[in-house]
Design a protein around this ligand. Sequence first.
Ligand SMILES: Cc1cc2nc3c(=O)[nH]c(=O)nc-3n(C[C@H](O)[C@H](O)[C@H](O)COP(=O)(O)OP(=O)(O)OC[C@H]3O[C@@H](n4cnc5c(N)ncnc54)[C@H](O)[C@@H]3O)c2cc1C
Length: 377
Amino acid sequence: MSGICIIGGGASGMAAAITAKKYAPDRTVIILEKMKEPGRKLKATGNGRCNLSNAECDGYIRILDFFGGIGVMTRTEESGRIYPYSEDAADVVEALRGQLKDMGVRTVCHAEVTAAEKTADGFQVSWNGGRLLADRLLIASGGKAGPKFGSTGDGYRLARGLGHTVTRLAPALTAVETRENLRGLSGVREKCVVRLLRQGSVLCEERGEIQFTDYGISGICVFNLSRFLELPEGRSRKDGFDGYEIRVDLLPEIQDAEALLARRAGTGVPADRLLCSLIKRPLAREISARAGDNLPELARQLKEFTVHPADLRGWQYAQVTRGGVPYSEIDPETMESRLCPGLFFAGEILDYDGPCGGYNLQHAWETGIRAGKGLAG
Ligand SMILES: Cc1cc2nc3c(=O)[nH]c(=O)nc-3n(C[C@H](O)[C@H](O)[C@H](O)COP(=O)(O)OP(=O)(O)OC[C@H]3O[C@@H](n4cnc5c(N)ncnc54)[C@H](O)[C@@H]3O)c2cc1C
């Protein structure tokens, strides 16, 4: 074959294939997908609802056009999050697969690409079931997050083999294991503001619902903080988070917690019940254990309940990968490599990670569409 080869049938790979075929209908486009079907991860996104973009993203209208073009109706929540109207991720996957089929894109499943080499006039791509020659190649094999959906980091090795560098990788949008044993709080959820500090300076602040678990803390607000937990060079995940702390404001609507507690004490609420109805009981017990009957200290604990990160939950729990092929090595208009002509990148393999809320899929579609045009051009 001499045509376009796409490694990975995930969000970015499918968007690229559809776009490439649209702009170059006469060219052969083939997707090599390691799993038994394309779009496995997509089906799990947004808790099965697929939060496919966000109205705060610059290019979201382009993505709505793309989906409109393949028959996917969407709706935008007040928060800005965009979902398929049916709120069923499988509908998005079906629409993409249907479009690929209608356009004549060939998808080979159970095809795990093991090597990609530059030849005189293109690329030789080998997988467990064969090999092919292509004049243009897109690596859209995702990152390392959620490996059960097929993304196990193969693309980084392929990219390095073709002359690219890969910046430091870390799991992101994931829960945080804490040094403190919080097992007694497991299952407790609280609306709060969480702040991530390093050496005393605030790096990031998020409002939302924290979930205490038997290993530490979770919830979307914690996922978003996890993107900023960075290991110093040369340190491993197990020992590198020493300078960090996470402070949880459990009463974000109340400015002066000490005055509030003093008022409650003044009305005759006994000390052991001062926290009653302010926060969940297991948390009240933990805070009482930390502060005793000391009113200022109780108030401080309510506003700055502090835990120390011991580790990030690993790849299997993470939603995205931090790090990857740097943008400086590609042309961001066409997604073509600046180092290896004919080679393109799209999606999570690139050094990009966004917060929860549709930003990561937006990036996958957007770069997939740009790469599709580049591949066709
Ligand atoms: C549980 C979960 C929920 C998420 N929810 C959301 C959400 O609601 N909104 C959002 O914006 N983001 C969400 N994300 C993140 C989002 O899914 C990813 O950022 C996005 O899918 C990345 O797209 P991609 O095309 O780069 O990679 P992927 O979608 O991971 O696709 C890569 C594909 O390449 C294939 N592949 C890998 N290696 C090879 C190989 N050697 N040979 C052949 N094929 C290979 C894989 O099997 C896979 O199908 C979620 C992630 C997870 C894990």
